[in-house]
Design a protein around this ligand. Structure first.
Ligand code: SF4
Length: 222
């Protein structure tokens, strides 16, 4: 079925039916699930865990995360029955970025070595990549759709039309624990060096001309 037709059909379905669709189309071992275990991550993981028992969930572990994120990862893994797989950068690459404090002078290169490169290797093993991206999270994400043909892999964004400002309330209603840094004003959480308090994604890479880590290829705005 053409991608546009698939998207038109899925757009009208609620999240559980969208996720059901992808698990019906692909075997679990063909589906790559990643999570940053950030402030909105639990919402997607909650929905996935209702369809897939003990799903593999890959965490791009840069080695620069807050300890609270790692604790939150483990808490959600226990709650949802997730099999967490840490995806780590090459040891020498990571050491270089740490020694050089590369995030200060070349954050794109730092993200490339610690995040993008490890994920690229992983993507080759799967047919479809399920993400928690939402179009209204930022200008760069505004053109995403549920199903996208990425150069290396099919992407599936079942939350693409969710309002990110409402996710926290939805998690509370579901009695799902929140990321501990949320109550301290961090609405988006990534690596320690590149995360500050802020509304939406404003706290990421503050003061730099950078809004994304490079894991995703977004279409440019018209
Ligand atoms: S978010 Fe910052 S510290 Fe983390 S990999 Fe990217 S530049 Fe490096």
């Amino acid at each position: 079925m053409p991608i546009k037709t698939t998207n038109d059909t899925l757009n009208n379905l609620p999240i559980p039916e969208r996720i059901s669709y992808i698990f019906n189309c692909y075997a679990p071992e063909e589906i790559l699930i990643t999570s940053s275990f950030g402030t909105s991550s639990a919402f997607l993981l909650y929905h996935i865990s209702r369809f897939n028992t003990k799903p593999d969930v890959h965490f791009i572990n840069t080695g620069f995360h807050f300890s609270t994120t790692l604790q939150y990862r483990d808490e959600l893994a226990h709650l949802f029955g997730l099999n967490i797989i840490d995806v780590k950068p090459d040891f020498e690459d990571h050491s270089y970025t740490e020694y050089e404090k590369l995030w200060q002078r070349d954050p794109d290169a730092c993200c490339e070595l610690n995040k993008v490169s490890p994920l690229e290797a992983l993507k080759k093993k799967y047919k479809v990549w399920v993400t928690g991206l939402m179009a209204h999270q930022s200008d760069t994400r505004e053109k995403i759709s549920i199903v996208e043909v990425n150069p290396a892999i099919l992407k599936f964004n079942p939350l693409f039309d969710e309002d990110p400002t409402k996710i926290t309330d939805k998690l509370k209603k579901l009695k799902i624990p929140l990321h501990p840094l949320l109550e301290h004003g961090f609405e988006s959480v990534g690596c320690m060096q590149c995360t500050d308090r802020g509304v939406g994604r404003d706290g990421r890479w503050q003061g730099l001309n950078k809004t994304e880590c490079g894991l995703h290829n977004f279409q440019k705005k018209d």
